[in-house]
Design a protein around this ligand. Sequence first.
Ligand code: SF4
Ligand code: SF4
Length: 91
Amino acid sequence: MPPAAVVIFASMAYVITQPCIGTKDASCVEVCPVDCIHSDDASEMYYIDPDECIDCGACVDPCPVDAIYPEDEVPAEWSHFIKINADYFKN
Ligand code: SF4
Ligand code: SF4
């Protein structure tokens, strides 16, 4: 496999966006097969670990507010959530 394809595969993930804020019902957490969706009491939303997400898409339909998108389909106004999700797992 060419190196470029490896990089593209490794960087893909699903991303949780704005509508989760105020909902945060964890429906997505229950269906994720690799347990890569996390939050805590001090956070206003859930976040997907981009290094652990296997890009299966199982979390999309259970979300009652359509907050979850593949990274390359995140609406432009919510593109900053790609970094917000990744940053949650850096500490
Ligand atoms: S796409 Fe799959 S692996 Fe990634 S967060 Fe959603 S359910 Fe989990
Ligand atoms: S199912 Fe949707 S609203 Fe509920 S925690 Fe997951 S992303 Fe947030």
